[in-house]
Design a protein. Sequence first.
Length: 645
Amino acid sequence: MYSPELITIILLLLVPIAAAALLALFKPDIIRNIIVTVASVILIGASVFLAVSAWSNGITVVHAAIPWLWTALFIVEFAVAVIILCLAVKYKKPLAIILAVVQAVLLLILEFSGIVHPQAEIVLTLSNLSLVMVLIIGIIGSLICVYALGYMKDYAAHNHDVPDRRRYFFAILFLFLTAMFGIVLSSHLMMLLAFWEVTTLCSFLLIGYSRTSEAITNSFRAVWMNLIGGIAFTGAVIYLAQMDPEASLLSIPNLLAIDNVGLVTIPLALIALAGITKAAQMPFSTWLTGAMVAPTPVSALLHSSTMVKAGVFLLIVFAPLFSQTWVGIALALVGAFTFLATSALAISQSNAKKVLAYSTIANLGLITACAGIGTPSAIVAAILLTIFHAVAKCLLFLCVGAVEHKIGSRDIEDMDSLLVRQPILAVMMVVGIAGMYLAPFGMLISKWAAIEAFIAAPLGCVFISILAFGSALTVFFWTKWLGKLFMRMAKPAAEETKLNVSEKISIVVIGILVLVACVGFPVITAEIIVPYAAAYYPFYTGASGLFAADTLLMCALMFVILAVLVIAAAVGSKSGRIVKPYLNGRAVNAEGEFLGSLGVYKEAKTSNYYLEEYTGESKLLKPSQIVALIIIIAMFVLGFMGVLL
């Protein structure tokens, strides 16, 4: 008799697969809408039930006897490598061909060399971290799928040169969710590796959705970079299996409980490389910025609840081991440097999706740095950053996608008066931006927690300095964007375009989740995150001041600020109040134009600073990649030396 928790996990794994199969079969919009809606409701309900049930009953693991599972997982892994190999041959991509062959050979070695003998009983983990990730995947991921119903309809209408392959698109979206549920619930590296490879394939197929030359190029860049991580992951599994004939170290709890960490510094370095590639850290960041060519739901999914979150999830899981080695410090340096470099690169971008891409990589860098340090306070900061980033960044991506369809541009310079033209989208964008950087909202709280964690770490002054300068850069690019939303210089007429129902529901619900995360962070931290860290550090008591009067006052302030913002947008006039620009005494006509030279009236415009001569990709990208690569090489040297703190 299966437990309710195990039945729920089976639902989380099988419902998306069933939905993917049905979506691939049926073409009519009405059937697609029903399938996506029903599947999303089931996934959201199952995710919440699993988390509440596990937390209420104190359940941390569930067991199931599935003797054929390991063969099935190998077939899935090998099939992924073969599919990528075939597509690489078709499009003549030699690097992807080589890496796919290497991965296939390693999988064959792993399967048929006899070094791995897992038990027939599979064990699934229900740690606080995995349950937080289940909620992110189940709620955020499902809402993105609902949002995609309206978005992809508009996408097909706006992109006549792209064949309508929505059946294929939605099938891959749901397959992606299954893979992510598998990753965060796996307690065995063999199982985790299989789902890990599926995410690589799904991202590859989704990034190349339009099949333009740019999309194909960017999708293959994503796949070869992530194949490097997959090869590293497979190498770590082979190394650990050879260490122990019983393959007990392939169980994640057993590996985390190892007495002599010096024996596993090499596989730790390989696991770190796998996490770095999947989380798009320098020098592998270009696959994520290139993924912006895909439709917006893909970008939102990759950034908030799937691909990159798999990378940081893996790093957080092994944070207790990283904390004992210089491999972890090197990993933290890669993350911290990525945070600084990509925050600077974001300043030079006016493309809103590119700004979001670089800011995503920057925030993932901060999470990576915390995971590398691996102290209990750093783990708490990493999980907080993961939560706030998931909800706020998803909201921003969805808003940008909808704005692009409504005003015909994703350029920040074209978002003047958006609060007048598209009030719902604009206010949700303001909520998302506020959640990312304004005091006293969530991401700023998480950064403060990271500062506290860095103080006691080796090279703490270096990390704190990087965090301070990187945070200053984030203030620059977020403030530029926020200012444009409130700008009234252009005074465009209010547009009659309306959001699709699916887009409106997803955006509003995720906006509410941003509010819930910001206001509820003391409870989330004290009841969920601190107990997770304390499980690995028994003497850690956590953030005891979370319910102090100043903390509760800060939460109340957050709620009031956001409530006032939303109410003001709701009751304000859609047409707005037109105010003539003041231009130091220059004559201004009724249309807001100023009297220029030769008596000609000209439109008054404002523009942000982008400092491309200092922070442009041509100036910073390659040098930053070289520095990060040097740190990664040093990480492997330290791994081979088995150097401990």
